[in-house]
Design a protein around this ligand. Structure first.
Ligand SMILES: [Fe+2]
Length: 390
């Protein structure tokens, strides 16, 4: 076996990296030893680190093997629609109307205003394919969102949990931002770090801009080669943010590693356990949770409860302590959501017991018996079958 040092312009598809390759500016791991140089990966490295020190194993070309080898348990959440943003003012107005229509009992005006601001800003970034002109606005909205979340988390969380917003892709970015910042708060992070984590959350999929919409929006299962292209989106996101020059290393790592999985089955580097940066582990959990519980996701939406079950049935992919913390503290049946009980009655959630998230207080409107409140923490024969999404 002979090992050879090569330049980025000598890279050929199918070559395999023999060493870990780091970003000379931020020190973040760009490519892990064993990475196959697909065309998208070569492009990425040429742009990101043109002078990178690359070693390859002579005579080894894994392209054919890698093309049929998908990582076990690897997931990617694609949306049905291929448009990531709203171009027309009318569509945006409709979306904002949906946020504003949320009852004041569920989310106050300040929370709704912050959500709308974040939603509009991320829309502008995707529409114009540029981050730099919006970075000040983005930082300001992250400040307000974080402060609101620390002050009164329920108000921000309810909007993210209700899933009432038309454009999945935009609302998913904002929701991941809210859930990630909330997990940061639960972890006892300092304000400044929570803001940075929120920024990583809202920008986590910015690399989608560099992936063909045909592949991202494809309804049929992806081929192995297409999946390889999708996998590069976290590298592209990292590259876009890193090129701004003033983004914290933790934020960059959160974006780069949001598809890494605790059991090593994720991408782009196949890191395991605590090799994955804390912020990557946080965003990984909330990204999957929001994707599987969102109506506009590529699969049909599932209830918060089923979303939790999906997370739990794949729990080996996530940091167990973080997953536990998230589950214990999130309201799976947000105030204002309509639910179906096992008695066949429907009702509206009006109160939540923080440590019994599956047993909220439900207001039932019965034609014969009139209005009544059922506290599921004491009525143990009753339970929620599912959330009604209409
Ligand atoms: Fe992603």
């Amino acid at each position: 076996m002979s090992i050879r040092k090569i330049q980025t312009d000598e890279l050929q598809p199918g070559m395999v990296a023999y060493n870990d390759i780091y970003c000379s500016r931020s020190g973040v791991l760009l490519l892990k030893k064993g990475t196959v140089f697909y065309p998208a990966v070569i492009n990425y490295l040429r742009n990101m680190e043109p002078e990178a020190e690359i070693y390859i194993e002579e005579g080894l070309n894994k392209v054919e093997a890698a093309a049929v080898l998908l990582p076990v348990g690897a997931t990617c959440h694609r949306e049905k629609s291929d448009h990531f943003f709203f171009d027309g003012k009318e569509e945006m107005k409709g979306s904002i109307g949906q946020i504003n229509a949320i009852s004041p009992d569920v989310a106050d005006e300040a929370a709704k205003e912050i959500y709308v601001q974040a939603y509009k800003t991320i829309n502008e970034i995707y529409k114009n394919r540029k981050i730099k002109p919006y970075i000040k606005e983005l930082n300001e909205v992250m400040d307000s969102l974080t402060e609101k979340l620390l002050d009164n988390p329920e108000m921000m969380l309810q909007i993210a949990l209700l899933k009432k917003i038309a454009n999945y892709f935009l609302s998913h970015s904002v929701n991941v931002c809210i859930f990630a910042a909330y997990l940061g708060k639960l972890l006892g992070m300092e304000l400044v770090s929570i803001k940075e984590l929120a920024l990583a959350g809202i920008m986590h999929d910015i690399g989608k801009l560099d992936i063909s919409p045909e592949i991202w929006g494809k309804k049929e299962p992806l081929t192995a080669q297409e999946f390889e292209q999708i996998k590069v989106h976290s590298l592209h996101g990292f590259m876009r943010l890193s090129s701004l020059g003033n983004i914290e290393k933790d934020t960059l790592s959160g974006v780069l590693q949001h598809h890494e999985r605790f059991d090593g089955s994720g991408y782009p580097h196949g890191l395991r356990g605590n090799e994955i940066h804390l912020w990557g582990r946080v965003i990984g959990i909330v990204d999957v949770f929001d994707a599987v519980t969102s109506e506009k996701s590529y699969r049909n939406a599932v209830s918060q409860h089923e979303g939790l079950e999906i997370l739990l049935s794949n729990s080996f992919q996530f940091d167990p302590e973080l997953l536990n913390l998230f589950i214990k503290n999130i309201s799976f049946y947000p105030i204002g959501s309509r639910v179906l009980l096992n008695s066949g009655e429907t009702g509206v959630v009006t109160g939540i017991h923080r440590h019994l998230p599956f047993r909220p207080i439900v207001k039932i409107q019965d034609k014969k018996k009139g209005e009544r409140f059922v506290d599921l923490s004491t009525e143990l024969t009753l339970f929620i079958e599912r959330i009604l999404l209409d």
